[in-house]
Design a protein around this ligand. Sequence first.
Ligand code: URA
Length: 283
Amino acid sequence: MSEDQAALLAALRLQLDWGADEALAEAPPGIAPRAAAPALTGTAPTTAAPTGGTPTGGTAATPALRPVPPATQAAASLAAGARNLSELRQAMQEFAASPLRETATQLVFADGVAGAPIMLVGEAPGADEDRQGKPFVGASGQLLDRMLASIGLARGPQVYITNILPWRPPGNRTPTDAEMQLFLPFVLRHIQLAQPALIVLLGGTAAKTLLAAKEGITRLRGRWHQVTIGDAQVMPALATLHPAYLLRSPAAKKDAWHDWLLLHRHITENTITAKSGQTDSRH
Ligand code: URA
């Protein structure tokens, strides 16, 4: 089966998952019939306001005027010292300030191709990811792949994926605020080194951490925000529902579909394309 056929089948399967049980038109609402997969062949990150909504929100990634705990300072200095993604991975591997490192099996760094124009940020590895060392390989990863395929995307040169936490929290518990803040410098440096054109925040943990937001994901999702990376670079970021939440609450898939269509429209209108000379981070 060709890649196009596989993507079409995945899109069809996802339609069933979304709850579609009857076809009234050739294409789902909001997407052009026979829309070609967005051509993904290379642009620099844009600081322009994305289409499909004015960027909003909080954007400073670093909490203002709060004392920074020493472990977070250590994380920030290690992250800043990493000159490339392999050094960053090494720095994260060696960073011993979090007890999560003791209970997890291995570091989960990223999947896809570094330099891909779309960077997804999830929450933390679960049991499958902890075993395999790659983000989103379990049930929520499978749904994520189908959602990506429904708008013509796949992890690889188009899509790069990481998490806020690189270590699995025991029992898959939700990360604490302290853990999110501790790993934030690594995530920001990761984005800075990977240089995507835009970020997709999967779920409340990613949205809250990278947008420094107080609101929950149901208020943040479905619109574009801005994330400030380093001193000055501002990157468009779309917040959406986490696939694990969609597995538990299938009725919310219609909201997620709206969000993925926003992403599709932004990619198409801005001709966001995959860059050449990327490094494949799959392992
Ligand atoms: N959920 C996440 O947020 N990340 C993963 O890698 C897997 C599940």
